[in-house]
Design a binder for this molecule. Structure first.
Ligand code: ATP
Length: 362
């Protein structure tokens, strides 16, 4: 027996010839905030609908709290789904919208009144219970939809792009709200999003999906620091790639020559002489400093020259686009506290810290 609230084993779903979900296995733990992240059309919503019971899988099992619910209808699963559109009843008050599922279940009036009042407190809408949805702001409607999904006390709440309809500022505030509510209730949340910042900011663990398949599962930090492949690395934030070849080996060390002529040495002996590798490095890990008088491109073991092609000022940070000797462009983030401001046309020296370099399958 597993202690997971949700366990998917080799789930696949076809729509005609489209394989929307392809052999997906994952677990969500009790009280966990889990995110499903991937580009549009990768199968996130289909997977949610399979978990909720709105679709049946062609293959694999959906196990909720130890019970195989693969063939149970949606209303018999201890799962609720909050829809992107909120799907509120326009003619019903906020209270009646929230109470709807409890009324259907035959819960007593007194119990309904208590639960609705508690949940309105939790989502900070007390006092607005008598309003109709059209008398609410977008953020307030979102809270009603959340309250309605939570009032039945599901073991797992599925949230399909819950912040998509909110403007940027409200989205950020609501992220914190969702995290607070999830913590207070201890309900497992599974959030679907195509926005990597949203997933990284809120989730304790996340799965990155592409074309129906899971590419990687891990904590946001694990996935950011150790992406399994090029797709994950690029999807989770910005990344620079470098082509390299193993040029020398020593005990516990591998020297690499990059395609721009620079050399770096990794503390690893996992590679063979002549082997071609692909390196990934986040812009914030690229070290940049000014070069005095170095007017020409060159390279050496300690660093290599680059030309600032563009710079974007973002308050505390400067994002630099740098051109290397071989014409390649990379991005670097410079924290603008040291009084150095980089401008287009400046020559700089770049170093790649070996301990921040990630080696990906070539
Ligand atoms: P988005 O972020 O744009 O909502 P998604 O990751 O949720 O995308 P899905 O909606 O799950 O992706 O779709 C996955 C694939 O399955 C797509 O190619 C889509 O066109 C297809 N698909 C989804 N539902 C159906 C359906 N009912 N009939 C046919 N094809 C479908």
């Amino acid at each position: 027996m597993s202690d997971a609230i949700l366990r998917l084993t080799s789930i696949s779903k076809y729509f005609g010839t489209v394989r929307a979900v392809d052999d997906v296995s994952l677990e969500v733990k009790p009280g966990e905030f889990f995110a499903l992240l991937g580009p549009s059309g990768c199968g996130k919503t289909s997977l949610m609908r399979l978990i909720a019971g709105f679709e049946q899988a062609d293959q694999g099992q959906v196990i909720i709290d130890g019970q195989d619910v693969s063939h149970l209808p949606a209303y018999r699963r201890q799962v609720n789904m909050m829809f992107q559109s909120y799907a509120l009843f326009p003619h019903m008050s906020v209270e009646r919208n929230i109470a709807f599922g409890l009324v259907q279940d035959g819960v007593s009036k007194a119990e309904i009144a208590n639960r609705v009042s508690d949940i309105l407190d939790l989502v900070q809408l007390s006092g607005l219970g008598h309003r109709k949805p059209q008398q609410l702001s977008g953020g307030q409607k979102q809270r009603v939809a959340l309250a309605r999904a939570l009032v039945k006390r599901p073991r797992l709440l599925l949230l399909d792009e819950p912040l998509a309809a909110l403007d940027r500022k409200l989205r950020e505030e609501t992220q914190f709200e969702l995290m607070r509510i999830q913590r207070e209730l201890g309900t497992s949340f599974m959030l679907v999003t195509h926005d990597q910042d949203e997933a990284m900011g809120m989730a304790q663990r996340m799965a990155v999906m592409r074309a129906g398949r899971i590419e990687q599962i891990g904590s946001p930090r694990e996935i950011y620091d150790q992406p399994a492949n090029d797709f994950v690395a690029s999807f989770i934030g910005k990344v620079n790639f470098f082509e390299a070849q193993v040029s020398a080996l020593a005990v516990g060390q591998t020297s690499l020559r990059l395609s721009n002529g620079a050399e770096i040495t990794l503390a690893s002996s996992a590679y063979a002489l002549g082997q071609r590798l692909r390196l990934a490095l986040r812009p914030e890990d690229v070290r940049v400093r000014t070069t005095r008088g170095a007017a020409e491109f060159g390279s050496g073991p300690s660093g290599f020259a680059a030309l600032v092609q563009d710079s974007v000022f973002l308050g505390e940070r400067q994002v630099l686009r740098l051109q290397l000797a071989d014409g390649a462009l990379i991005e670097a983030v410079h924290i603008s506290t040291q009084g150095v401001a980089y401008e287009r046309g400046m020559q700089v020296e770049v170093t790649l810290p070996p301990d921040r370099v990630r080696v990906l399958p070539a």
